[in-house]
Design a protein around this ligand. Structure first.
Ligand SMILES: [Cu+2]
Length: 469
């Protein structure tokens, strides 16, 4: 069934072009009624060189889906056309938009086969975001349904070229087809989730990309894998981290020797100085081996040494710190999974034992409940400062994603964090507690779930209500 690691990373280094479709600039490429279509279709595409057609599902025939680019405070106007024979919907991951456009089962009905849905919303935040289905996510995302949503700064930084690198790992069979038998596999869901054996960057294995040597390079990295926590290294450069999950750092900082950890759903913007050296992107695997996943050649001359400061990107209005003194933390206890010792949980209002949970495809619980509930985990007043403790009592890390807001991790295991960065997808280590804070300033019903898509499907899912008064 599986492709071994040697095959996985021996992929062709000869692929010089990366096919990912040209970006859709929403202001420039409009249908007569102003909508840009994202049409889901199956496509004939080989992932494994020399292998069979993989069986991808795509937006507009390409993987990743078209990169959607819009200027901050501009408007996204996208018509989803469902060419699948199962329902879908589009979630705009990380961007703090109007609740009705969030594209989750809390905010809209599924878009049936042959149906369409119009998404229209202004974009409040500049940064690197993405879109993907929020129903049947484990299967739909794994089949290739995702793309980048890039919101440019009102005044984009000068003297900078940029590359978007959409990272994914796929679980494919020896013949190159997407493995189907493991969808819904409870053992997989109770462990790390669907870990792939074929790593792609912009849909290609180990692509060679090009950037001008005479300009600084902004790399937009997106982890679109179902479940893999990536640990990324950049060789041949000393990048600064400009932004995480779309939100600019108050002060860019050097990515040192520690790899950059990006949970599934997470993004990072890196800035690399003008230079002629080839850049290699590597992902450090669990055996601590850095496996090369993409190469960037710097072309042309570098006129002068690039030593000037790296400026911060303009803020999207989030503060650099939060005062959470006097705020009572709401506790979210995460339990279950393999080696977790969970004996049972509430499922659809009934107490069930672990055997019955497993029969229903469940392996995890939040506060003793598996799967979504009628009542939200938290009812918050508009403008309220909220503090959540994600108490991970499991043997696995989890990538906690809150819709419609960003969260500021302020403490881990009772130790205040010296470096605090806003995240919409925060990796909570095994047997660890993370405290996050945010202002509930976006009214509506917002999902709060693990972004390891198999964990989400197997119980790690709740929601937060932000009330107007
Ligand atoms: Cu998880």
């Amino acid at each position: 069934m599986t492709v071994n690691r040697r095959q996985m990373f021996a992929g062709t280094a000869a692929c010089l072009a990366v096919v990912c479709g040209s970006p859709i600039r929403l202001s420039a490429q409009e249908a007569s009624d102003g909508f840009t279509e994202l049409k889901i279709a199956r496509v004939n595409r080989v992932l494994l060189e020399g292998g069979k057609e993989a069986g991808l599902w795509t937006y507009n025939g390409v993987n990743p889906g078209p990169e959607i680019r819009v200027r901050r405070h501009g408007e996204v106007k996208v018509r989803l056309v469902n060419g699948l024979d199962e329902p879908t919907m589009l979630h705009w991951h990380g961007i703090r938009i109007d609740n009705a456009m969030d594209g989750s089962p809390l905010t809209q009905n599924p878009v049936g086969p042959g149906e369409t849905f119009d998404y229209v919303f202004p974009v409040p935040d500049a940064g690197t975001y993405w879109y993907h289905p929020h129903i049947g996510s484990s299967r739909q995302v794994e089949h290739g349904l995702y793309g980048a949503l890039i919101v440019e700064e009102e005044t984009p930084p000068a003297d900078m070229s940029e590359l978007t690198l959409v990272l994914d790992d796929w679980l494919i069979n020896d013949d190159g087809t997407i493995n189907q038998e493991t969808f819904g596999d409870i053992r997989m869901a109770a462990h790390a989730g669907r870990m792939g054996n074929w790593f792609t960057v912009n849909g290609e294995s180990r692509p060679h990309l090009v950037a001008p040597a005479g300009r600084r390079l902004r790399l937009r990295l997106l982890n679109c894998a179902n479940a893999r926590v990536m640990n990324l290294q950049v060789k041949g450069a000393e990048p600064h981290i400009l932004a995480l999950d779309g939100q600019p750092l108050g002060k860019p900082r050097v990515l040192g020797t520690e790899p950059l950890q990006l949970g599934p759903g997470g993004r990072a913007d890196l800035l690399i100085r003008r230079a002629t050296e080839q850049i290699t992107l590597a992902n450090v695997n669990q055996a601590n081996e850095p496996l090369e996943v993409a190469y960037i050649d710097r072309e042309g001359a570098q006129d002068e040494k690039d030593t000037s400061d790296i400026a911060a990107l303009p803020t999207n209005g989030l503060p650099q710190t939060m005062d959470v003194s006097g705020v009572t933390a709401r506790k979210l206890v995460m339990e279950g999974g393999a080696m977790g010792g969970l004996t049972g949980a509430k499922l659809r209002g009934r107490d069930v034992d672990m055997r019955e949970m497993v029969q229903n495809g469940m392996a995890w619980a939040f506060n003793g409940v598996a799967g979504i509930t009628e009542e939200p985990f938290a009812n918050l007043k508009l403008g309220e400062t909220a503090v959540f403790d994600f108490i991970n009592k499991t043997a696995w890390p989890h990538a906690m994603h809150l819709h419609g807001h960003h969260m500021l991790p302020v403490m881990i295991d009772d130790k205040p964090l010296i470096t605090q960065d806003w995240r919409d997808t925060a990796v909570v280590a095994a047997n660890s507690t993370m405290r996050v804070a945010f202002v509930a300033d976006n009214p509506g019903k917002w999902m709060l779930h693990c972004h390891m898509l198999e964990h989400q499907a197997a119980g790690m899912m709740t929601w937060v209500n932000v009330e107007i008064d």
